[in-house]
Design a protein around this ligand. Sequence first.
Ligand code: 3HC
Length: 382
Amino acid sequence: MKLEDIKKIAVMGAGDMGHGIAEVALLAGYKVALRDVEQRFVDNGLRRIGESLARLMRKKRISEEARKGMMGKIETFVDLGEAVNEADFVIEATPEVMDVKKGVFQELDKSAPEHAVLASNTSSMSITEIASITRRPEKVVGMHFFNPAVVMKLVEVIKGDKTNEETMQLTHDLAARMNKVPVRVEKDSVGFIYNRIGAPSLILLGILVDRRIAAPEEIDARMKTLGMPMGPYELLDYVGLDIVYHSSLYVAERLSSEYAPPQWLREKIEAGDLGKKTGKGIYDWSKGRPVIDLSRAREEFDATDLIAVQVNEATKLLEEGVVKSPDDIDKAMIHGGRAAFGPFQLARGIGYDKLAARCEELAKEYGVAAFKPTETLKKGNI
Ligand code: 3HC
């Protein structure tokens, strides 16, 4: 199938990511079928698309006529078979639970036209495993968007063991057609690029709170004064603590138990405080985005610690052959989080020797083997 053969895109799941991906597809001119398991979920997704398009209209990015045209090009469904029976490309954005995803892919394989590509927006799970439930693993691929999908530019295009080159290229071209920055992930590996590099930061952020070394607001204020668009804890709330929790359970199971969700995160999940989506998480979101008191910035927190563990993790992706080049990693990290620089660009400025030494210290100080510097980091010169 060629890019111009794609006329209709079906999106499974109308939540935070699903509705955003459907909107991105509408903006790129496609007909869209949006499906969720209950009518109220699809209604809510449709309402959010309407609101977001209205926001773009107010900013004069699109005309009133274009907005109306897009709202006329989307249909909503509860029945999966009806949603995908004319789809050329399907993007799944259901909860981060492997069994749920496998169930959906089994149904998609039965109901979607034979030529259709089946993509998963999973944030960390194995594309190979998801594909194994279908009779078309060569047409199953990862297509990982970032939240909010309409704003964030990165799309990770992930190759499962059996994904063929035609599917990879098509998905790459589709992401570019959607005005995104696609980055190829050549090897199906837990967390792919962005979330894998973020995983050791979550260990560190977990330790700081669990051991009462710092309060989230003190770290967020510090990081915001250094230019991050959101503090790291605020971002967890924004993404959804449930998503972070499920994703870290999965990473822990596949990589090492050190990546398991920290105690405070478990407590939030038990209390049902999932972040922005429930109005309460680490922060109170009931009146909109939390206001972080910048005067609480913890000056002694060295932001280089977060950079050090991230650069170190990034070198593991190079060692494992997950990406072709360090530039791809920088590109992904810049466009996935609206950062000014990628990890290797930062490392060249700070110095690999300094970062390797800090990783060694952090590994000892907190007893975390995942922080130990890799041979690649120690060698530097990347
Ligand atoms: N629809 C349309 N436009 C939107 C929008 C939406 N839903 N949300 C934000 N925008 C636009 C705003 O209109 C604004 O546009 P402008 O630059 O033309 O004025 C721009 O985005 C920025 O928004 P604001 O300045 O108004 O500030 P916000 O608080 O609305 O911005 C944010 C929110 C864009 C989310 C910003 O805080 C940010 O970039 N945060 C970091 C997000 C991030 O790192 N995401 C990655 C998460 S990891 C992930 O998703 C992986 C997954 O697997 C878990």
